[in-house]
Design a protein around this ligand. Structure first.
Ligand code: CTP
Length: 403
């Protein structure tokens, strides 16, 4: 599902080399369902042409407040009235300085001043310009004026220097804009999540693992961040990017085995909600071979297994009551091949937790879609089939009401 459906975004582009990325940004916003109206400063047009932006957005591009073809010549008022948000990417040092002072000497700055919608900016400039006291003064004032700053990131810059000032990637800006529009039902809360599989070594080149892509756990991490939480993610070996990394509100510990996942999780139990989404291997190999086990004719090696700790049950043992409610609130997951409800209810009891989320259907591993069964002590209800991010958002809304 598109996360910016029906949102009207004014995309402001100011003069900076990162303006070439605004074309990709416009495309991503449209892909998420937004309608995009581009406004460019004079300097921006030195880097990317209005024709490019018009072709990508399907809308005329505004570049001047003196455009006599617009009825009443009131483009700035009309644009800011219709918008759900103004997003300026890239935001140059010059533009930030102007807006921090309330100057309005071109169309983009004028419509920012005339707006009654949120303003978000993705700064992009050379490291020295970003670090300059004057720019930092602008940043402080803009934050006081409730402008949301997305980034900048640190890295190699077009000028060859390395440091803060690089514009966030279009995908990161899109992720943050989507997050901006979500309800902040977990503002100020801390969420701990285990995600992905674990891998139990047999020898240096072999091991046993569980089927898990990590998609659901990472979707829950993203949904929790979108809802305003601070998130710590303990991830088994999986190929998922850390969501909303540039927000600075997520930390991630990568682990391999169940024992490592247990240790990393137990260090971070100071949280309000714990989601155990990981497919943890129930058994590890007692003594993994130090060297690769060589083939010995037709004889297969025998492996001695040892039970791994139950991470969720151990966190659940630490639960205290806060304001009459369990703290942290523990949510387990279950993927069963038969009798989901029965097994989920049994796990609820055995692990001593208030909620188990069951994956309905046998083939959810690696898929972007899922269907969930929410099982509590005396009730159960389905969350209809959807993509994992939508499901995660619904789950976060539900759990937020419990704490
Ligand atoms: N879990 C855990 N640590 C383990 C095993 C499971 O934290 N060693 C968590 C999972 O992350 C999940 C829940 O417990 O949230 C249920 O996992 P599951 O493997 O279904 O439960 P088990 O107790 O291992 O039961 P079984 O494998 O027999 O179904």
């Amino acid at each position: 599902m598109q996360s910016l459906l029906n949102k009207k975004i004014v995309l402001g582009i100011s003069g900076g080399i990162a303006a070439y990325k605004s074309a990709e940004l416009a495309r991503l916003l449209i892909q998420e369902g937004a309608s995009v109206q581009v406004v460019m400063t004079q300097a921006a047009q030195q880097f990317v042409t209005p024709v490019t932006m018009q072709a990508l957005t399907g809308n005329p591009v505004y570049t001047s407040q003196w455009d006599s073809s617009i009825a009443n010549n009131m483009a700035h008022i009309e644009l800011s009235r219709a918008a759900d948000a103004i997003l300026i990417a890239p935001a140059s040092a010059d533009l930030m300085a102007k807006l921090s002072l309330g100057l309005a000497d071109d169309l983009l700055t004028t419509l920012c001043l005339a707006r009654d919608c949120p303003l978000l900016m993705a700064p992009a400039m050379n490291k020295q310009m970003w670090e300059h006291d004057a720019t930092q003064r602008s940043v402080k004032r803009l934050i006081e004026d409730k402008v949301s700053l997305l980034g900048p990131a640190s890295g190699i810059q077009a000028c060859g220097e390395v440091g803060y000032g690089r514009m966030l990637e279009p995908a990161e800006i899109t992720e943050q804009l989507i997050a901006f529009f979500q309800k902040k039902v977990l503002a100020g809360k801390r969420v701990l999540i285990t995600a992905g599989p674990t891998f139990e070594a047999i020898d240096p080149v072999r091991g046993i693992t569980n089927l898990s892509s990590g998609k659901m756990g990472f979707a829950i991490a993203r949904a929790a961040l979108e809802a305003g939480a601070q998130v710590h993610l303990v991830a088994g070996p999986c190929n998922q990017h850390t969501p909303l990394e540039a927000s600075g509100k997520i930390t991630r510990t990568n682990v391999v085995s169940a024992k490592e996942m247990h240790a990393a999780t137990m260090q971070s139990t100071d949280c309000d909600i714990f989601f155990a989404v990981s497919a943890v291997a129930d058994w590890g190999i007692e003594k993994p071979a130090k060297e690769k086990i060589k083939r010995q004719g037709k004889q297969a090696p025998s492996l001695e297994f040892i039970a791994n700790p139950d991470i969720l049950a151990d966190v659940a043992k630490m639960v205290k009551t806060k304001g009459g409610k369990p703290h942290p609130y523990c949510v387990g997951f279950a993927a069963e091949s038969t009798a989901l409800l029965k097994h989920a209810q049994e796990k609820l009891q055995r692990k001593g937790i208030p909620m188990i989320v069951g994956n309905i259907g046998p083939n959810t591993f690696g898929s972007d879609l899922n269907e969930l069964l929410i099982v509590e002590k005396n009730t159960s209800k389905k969350i209809a089939k959807s993509d994992k991010l939508q499901l995660a958002r619904q789950l976060i809304q539900l759990v937020a009401k419990k704490i």
